[in-house]
Design a protein. Structure first.
Length: 355
């Protein structure tokens, strides 16, 4: 467990073994690492027996932090490479008594005014913005897949005997599948990263109530852990909160956009990031024909160059506009949008006293 804050980000971090596992190992691990332009935050929920799960989650976060910090590529590529390295580290240690060990991984790399989210498993990311709570991630679990197919309802999934069975985790195979996407951050945003020891027992209406009180992050995570333990504390519980104190400019690279089709293999996502996709080829082709036009029509070279430049700017502006709309649409569609005055719902009553 590591925790710290940067000048424009204030964090809180806490992990607890849970009421029903008191005296046992805590298989959860958490990370809050400040960096010059932001920070790296993560939650991992280990599995495979007490010793193996504890090792898997700690190993994953140590590897994630080391590879991300030492990387020289743009942050989205560094984050993908760090998740790949974390998966390899877990796979390589899953031998002997540790066969079958694995861990979920939810990592958020904040780079200036953007949050890059890498997601494997059923740990969750939430965003509190403007009084609304939005769930940013979809669980990679058996019951979540049944809900998406319409076989189970949300209420049935919450109490299903297989609710803890994840369908995707680090250590499961040598090739890791994950979701990667980015979103713009604004002053006043509050991010919550948590293991299912919290989200699985505390209703989202109560999460909203606690987060909306705007207590300092460290005090807030303490109340969240208490809420999970008051609900029975059947599992290890971990929460990381990141408060955005200033709005900052977006980085110059395009933010990754999730296609909404579930996790993809990391090498597929890396190939798309490194190649730059259709836009890169389009801009290179435009630059080639602009240069060719300048050489073939020297008398009109100025007009040709300006036309090429103008078209390039139009393409880039159009790309940024479409990306912003897609990110806004993702937030609009993310989970359930909960507000303190949810229509048709009573305000949740807390079973403990908060200031």
């Amino acid at each position: 467990m590591r925790s710290a804050s940067s000048p424009f980000l204030v964090t809180g971090l806490l992990t607890d073994v849970g009421r029903q596992r008191a005296g046992g190992a805590n298989q959860d691990a958490a990370l809050a690492l400040p960096l010059p332009q932001g920070g790296l935050y993560a939650v991992a929920d280990g599995m495979g027996g007490h010793a193996a799960g504890e090792l898997a989650s700690a190993l994953a976060l140590d590897t994630l932090a080391r590879v991300y910090v030492q990387g020289r590529a743009q942050p989205p590529v560094r984050l993908l490479e760090a998740v790949q390295a974390a998966n390899r580290a877990v796979v390589q240690r899953a031998v002997g008594e540790s066969v079958g060990m694995g861990t979920t991984l939810l990592a958020v790399a904040i780079d200036r005014g953007a949050a890059l989210i890498a997601h494997v498993g059923d740990s969750r990311a939430y965003l509190l913005r403007g009084g609304e709570l939005l769930r940013l991630t979809d669980d990679h679990s058996w019951v979540a897949e049944q809900v998406r197919m319409g076989v189970l309802t949300e209420a049935e999934a919450q109490h299903h005997q297989w609710r803890s069975v994840v369908s995707n985790a680090l250590g499961g195979e040598e090739r890791v599948r994950l979701e990667l996407f980015g979103l713009e951050l604004y002053r006043g945003d509050r991010l919550l990263l948590c293991s299912d020891g919290l989200s699985g027992v505390v209703p989202e209406t109560e999460l909203l109530c606690v987060l909306s009180r705007r207590l300092p992050p460290q005090e807030t995570v303490t109340h969240l852990i208490e809420a999970a333990n008051d609900a029975g504390g059947p599992d290890n519980i971990t929460a990381v909160i990141v408060d955005v104190m200033l709005s900052r400019r977006l980085p110059r690279y395009p933010l990754p956009e999730s296609p909404g089709q579930g996790p993809e293999y990391a090498e597929v996502l890396l190939s798309a990031r490194r190649s730059g996709g259709l836009l890169t080829y389009l801009l290179l082709t435009l630059a080639y024909f602009t240069l060719l036009g300048v050489m073939l029509m020297p008398d009109s070279s100025g007009a040709v160059a300006l036309s090429g430049l103008g078209l390039s700017l139009m393409i880039l502006v159009g790309r940024n506009t479409v990306s912003r709309r897609r990110r806004a649409q993702r937030l609009t569609e993310a989970g359930r949008r909960l507000t303190p005055a949810q229509s048709g719902e009573e305000q949740p009553t807390l079973n403990r006293q908060l200031p």
